[in-house]
Design a binder for this molecule. Sequence first.
Ligand SMILES: [Zn+2]
Length: 397
Amino acid sequence: MDKLNVDHMLAIEEPFMKVPLEQLKRAVRQTQKQAERETAAVSSELSNVLKNQHRLTPGELQQTLDGLISRLQTLRQALEESKLEEAQLIQRSKQRAADLHKLRGFESTAQPEFQQWCRTRLDRVLIDYMLRNANVKTAQRLVDKGGLGHFAESSLFALVMEIEGELKEQHSCRAALQWCAENRSALRKIQNSLEFELRVQEFIEMIRARNTPGAIGYAKKHLTPWSDTQMPRIQRAMTLLAFSPATQCPPYKSMFDEARWGGLANDFRLVIFQLYNLPAQPLLHLLLQTGLSALKTPACLSEDPSEHNRNCPVCQTETLGKLAQELPLSHHVNSNLVCRITGEKMNEDNPPMRLPNGYVYSQASLSDMAVKLDGKVKCPRSSQTFKLAEATKLFIS
Ligand SMILES: [Zn+2]
């Protein structure tokens, strides 16, 4: 049991490697685009200057050339900064790959080095959980304590929180729309319509502010480009012009609902996670679910609490059981008999005992009870009382 299944472990660690690689891909693409755009603009202006040089005064020529030089200098500075960012991302990917590579060197789960690796993993999984829940300071303390800066997605979550904050608290689409513009081709590739939803929200806000001409102009400019895929939504949005924010008419009432801002923040979070290959659920949940799925049995699903096992985390319906709700039942090759009273395993040292009413408990639990109840035992499920001597021993075959 103490042998490592490295392939299974690596499968769950996929986002750990993919996030910095995705960041690197985006950074390289962005730099490349910027360089192409700037050099094309400079060379076209330069050819204009060469064409019209006889019409320019030496002063004008000097001014234009100075402008071009300063533009190229700005580009050079931006390229140097990007180079630095790319180097950091490459370094980060290398450090993560080296950490995962350690797994191949462990021979058993009992090895102290493996235990240490697991502790570090737990820390980074907790950091991920805290960053997702906006506990930034606590996450940072854990990052600092373990020197885990290269293992945490702090900058990505800072961006997520900044844009979510603008949506939820300031009711502004500005930052989210800018992000959509920067990632337009990636969003188009996954056929995501977040940008359209944000445009609809800005349109709704103009109607709320009773700016009808502004809203119509906005719709022509920003909603009609989506007519191929979003026509029914555009029609509904246009119909909204006829309603006031106080309307009770169902589909239009919900369009004026302020809760839409929370929905937009949520949509944004899901799509940015998708683009960066981060799972929608915290990694902590995924790891816990891996363990819970091995423990889930039909008894865990029973509506009768007495059927539940007090030592089984899946049976804790208010806590870990919630995470196991969607999981399939585990496949058991060997079954263990577990006492409902103590939650302990029943075996030849602690055999199962059958009460006259048919219910079975462990010998240890019935003996303990008999000491307290003057030689008697009380069935927790039927509340019937019997003498301990009436219980018969069962044999496991
Ligand atoms: Zn259970």
